[in-house]
Write a protein that binds this ligand. Structure first.
Ligand SMILES: [Cu+2]
Length: 525
């Protein structure tokens, strides 16, 4: 009944949200529609350490949209929302997070998940709509308490907060990562409200020198529903500036003919985005540099880059000569008969000016180059897999627990939704290299994500593909009887002892994850 319950609750929230449209302003004002797009504030490590404190705030805007925000205090009364965290390989991130969500009785009723039994981390207690924690998406770091642990970490409203201490590995791939809340059952609410930010591991120019010296833009695309699980219109935003009709497009400034290095984060709750850079309606080649924070081996030109929810793409674009019309767009994408519509939309309009808004330039490629073969997971293509596994997505209609059940299942096990106290669905050991065959038996596209590691792409639908490293990958929907299931085959690398522990793999459509399309994996030391 959970989905049905949520739908009924949604109607209540909808009404109450409108009533609450004034007051409670703990999130900074969002940019004016149609204005020049600015990058988030950069927070850069100093002497090997990046130390920062965030407060998770909450407010409801004049249109009834609920915002959740990572507030970073700049000065008394002034806050930046969701700064970009910038670190070098080998640095340490020290991030304090306090839960300062107001109006904790949002709708006069509570939605709780069962309190986890066993070990807790942080404040403990019962997970609710107002609890939070942080997942550092893509970072190849420990899944234990005070690092990237989402299974037992809980930060509750009004407590002093919680300190994350995360050593960035010396061989961490330079690229774009991100952070967002990940409390099971409630992840979608806070991300829908905007709680997400970018994290950069520096050094891309030392691997792919073609980006050195270019203006760098960090574009975070968010998606907000009035109420997240109700199908209906949503707002896409670019660096918090709404880019949906009837608002004017966000303005991305470039000099005529200028090349820029764009680092794009899909922080939407469920949008698969085929991205294009169009000039006079014609898709232009983009030089792809990295996917999911991992530099690709050989940069390649693509006219469409599909970025699933939670994915990242980093690429070089070139502005047209003066007088041309250029736009950054996402195309229509079919997610199948039971999927959600992913509609085409202009994300930003290019404004050609000889004096473009500078975000910042990528450094010149100083110092020794970083070699791909020295990055984490390098040379995985030549490793032999010790274990093969088959995992599949499926959906079930009717049943006792709501209109649709969302499952991710290890082949041979019983289909079941995630429970916080469940035993790991997979147990393996540090040192293992495994090939996973991931199949989609549902009439809806899903996005496979595993914490703690990147995996190497081997095959799509049984055919070999470029060995890109990813941490999130789309698995398209089943077209129905008479059609084969779509699948991906990937190589998982559990050799690094730093990632030993229990963590999760799940669908990154966040409603699906919240409803249990997730399981645990234990990597034994
Ligand atoms: Cu899914």
């Amino acid at each position: 009944m959970r989905l049905l319950f949520r739908c009924l609750l949604a109607i209540v929230i909808c009404g109450v949200a409108f009533l609450q449209a004034v007051g409670q302003a703990s999130c900074p004002a969002r940019p004016v529609p149609g204005s020049v797009v600015q990058d988030a504030l950069n927070l850069t490590s100093v002497n090997g350490v990046l130390s920062a404190d965030f407060a998770l705030g909450h407010s409801v805007d004049q249109y009834g949209y609920t915002h959740y925000c990572y507030d970073y205090k700049i000065s008394d009364g002034h806050f930046a929302e969701a700064p970009t965290l910038r670190l070098n390989q080998g640095d340490t991130l020290m991030l304090g997070v306090a839960d300062r969500i107001q109006g904790d009785d949002l709708v006069g009723m509570k939605m709780n998940m069962p309190a986890p039994t066993g070990k807790t981390c942080g404040d403990g207690g019962t997970p609710t709509l107002q609890s939070t924690n942080v997942h550092f998406h893509g970072l190849n770091v420990s899944p234990n308490c005070h690092a990237d642990d989402v299974l037992t970490t809980l930060i509750q409203p009004g407590t002093p907060g919680f300190q994350f201490t995360i050593p960035i590995p010396a061989d961490e791939p330079p690229g774009l990562y991100w952070y967002h809340p990940h409390v099971h059952g409630f992840t979608e609410f806070q991300v829908n409200g905007g709680a997400a930010g970018a994290l950069v591991v520096e050094g891309m120019e030392k691997i792919h020198p073609e980006v050195a010296g270019l203006t760098e833009r960090i574009f975070t695309i968010r998606q907000q529903y009035l109420v997240p699980w109700i199908p209906g219109p949503y707002q896409l935003s670019l660096n918090f500036q709404v880019s949906a009709f009837p608002f004017p497009h966000p303005q991305i400034e470039m000099a005529p003919g200028e090349k820029q290095f764009w680092r794009v984060l899909n922080a939407t709750i469920q949008d698969f985005m085929p991205l294009q850079f169009q000039v006079n309606g014609v898709a232009q080649p983009m030089e792809l540099i990295a996917l999911d924070g991992y530099p690709i081996a050989t940069p390649r030109k693509e006219t469409t880059i599909l970025v699933p929810p939670a994915g990242r793409a980093e690429f070089v674009v070139q502005a047209p000569p003066a007088g041309q019309l250029a736009q950054f767009v996402t195309l229509n994408y079919s997610t199948g008969p039971t999927g959600n519509p992913d509609i085409p939309q202009v994300i930003g309009a290019i404004t050609l000016t000889n004096n473009p808004a500078k975000a910042q330039a990528v450094k010149p490629a100083a110092g020794p180059p970083i070699r791909l073969e020295n990055l984490k997971f390098a040379n995985l293509a030549s490793q032999k897999a010790n274990t093969q596994r088959k995992i599949y997505f499926s959906e079930e209609f009717g049943g006792t627990n709501g209109p649709i059940q969302f499952y991710i299942t290890v082949d041979g096990q019983k289909q079941r939704v995630f429970e916080p106290d469940e035993k790991p669905a997979i147990t393996t050991n540090v040192g293992q290299v495994e090939d996973w065959y991931i199949e989609n038996r549902a009439l809806e596209t899903h996005a496979f994500h595993i914490h703690q590691i990147h995996f190497m792409m081997l095959e799509v639908d049984g055919k070999p593909v470029t060995n890109d490293y990813r941490d999130t990958i789309e698995v398209p929907f089943w077209e129905g009887p008479g059609h084969p299931y779509h699948s991906v085959k990937v190589r998982m690398d559990f050799r690094d002892p730093a990632i030993a522990g229990t963590f999760v793999f799940h669908c990154h459509i966040l409603l699906h994850e919240d409803l249990g399309m997730m399981h645990k994996i234990l990597v034994q030391p």
